[in-house]
Design a protein around this ligand. Structure first.
Ligand code: PAF
Length: 292
């Protein structure tokens, strides 16, 4: 399959998309950091369904990594990504350099507010400001009608929806279901860091979520007890360091004490060897998570 057209500067993007936009064609953006897997490709397929032109951005955004994180080792393989995106018939790939995205003196930021300071935002201070800033900038460059994000980064999805609302960015945000490995582990570029043994231990995240979902389906309403159960399961797994396991309001991400009166979500984050992994499941599910 032919590779998508590679664009490296905002000017190239504007020139490439102007014709489509003036011809009345709709544009979808799939923002990524590359190292694409089946989860990303499901986003590209959703983009294809929703718009005439599909743009995928590949940019490992330095401002969303906090000190001591994996920016230098984050997996990068542009050729493999382009081949996969060719198979999915993406039209354009925007792959700018850090100097293009953050030229000297470009120090304006987008702070998403309180929603960006809890959960992953508490463990990774400034992370969501980095995400909100780069995504806002990508929206300014590509000017998409619709942008597609994975639900695995559930807090990121809510952060972006809020920024779009607060700043009237006029982009429709679509969240897509998590794609999982056969054993339930959520697909993530960071799974590549795991040794076979760590990969086995990583299954505890989806197992804890599966158990939370089973409790909710069986009629449990004590959200704190469900969260405590997930904490116990994850902390008890060898080689896994729990960050948080919680049950939240699916819209605001505020902690819930009772289930049943609003959409709820279980969120977990933990370090497994060199990888910080996150996962999530709806506790008001249409589709149950299936675990081994
Ligand atoms: O989810 C990601 O890969 C990144 O956080 C994003 C949205 C591409 C922003 O850099």
């Amino acid at each position: 399959m032919e590779h998508p057209e590679l664009l490296e500067t905002p000017e190239e993007v504007r020139t490439a998309l102007d014709e489509a936009r003036h011809g009345g064609r709709t544009i979808a953006l799939v923002p990524t950091m590359g190292a694409l897997h089946a989860g990303h490709l499901s986003l590209v397929r959703e983009a294809r369904r929703r718009a005439d032109v599909v743009v995928v951005s590949i940019f490992v955004n330095p401002t969303q990594f906090v000190a001591g994180e994996d920016i230098d080792t984050y997996p990068r393989d542009l050729d493999a990504d382009l081949a996969l995106l060719g198979d999915e018939q993406a039209d354009f790939v925007f792959h700018p350099s850090v100097a293009v995205m953050y030229p000297a003196g470009a120090d304006s930021t987008v702070d998403p507010g309180a929603i960006g300071r809890v959960w992953c935002g508490a463990s990774r201070p400034g992370h969501f400001t980095g995400v909100a800033t780069i995504v806002t900038k990508l929206f300014g460059i590509v000017r998409p009608d619709v942008a597609i994000f994975g639900e695995k980064d559930f807090q990121q999805l809510r952060v972006i929806e809020k920024v779009v609302r607060d700043l009237d960015l006029g982009v429709r945000i679509v969240g897509c279901p998590i794609v999982r490995e056969r054993d339930g582990v959520a697909m993530s570029s960071r799974n590549a860091y795991l040794s076979p043994q760590e990969r086995t231990h990583a299954r505890i995240l989806s197992r804890a979520l599966c158990s939370a979902q089973a409790l909710a389906r069986a009629g449990a309403t004590d959200a704190a007890a469900i969260a405590a159960d997930m904490c116990r399961m994850i902390s008890g797994e060898e080689g896994v360091e729990l960050d948080y396991a919680t049950v939240v309001d699916a819209e605001t991400l505020e902690c819930l004490t009772v289930l049943g009166d609003r959409p709820a979500r279980a969120l977990v984050a933990a370090r497994v060897g060199p990888a910080r992994l996150i996962d999530t499941v709806s506790l008001t599910p249409a589709v149950p998570l299936v675990c081994e």
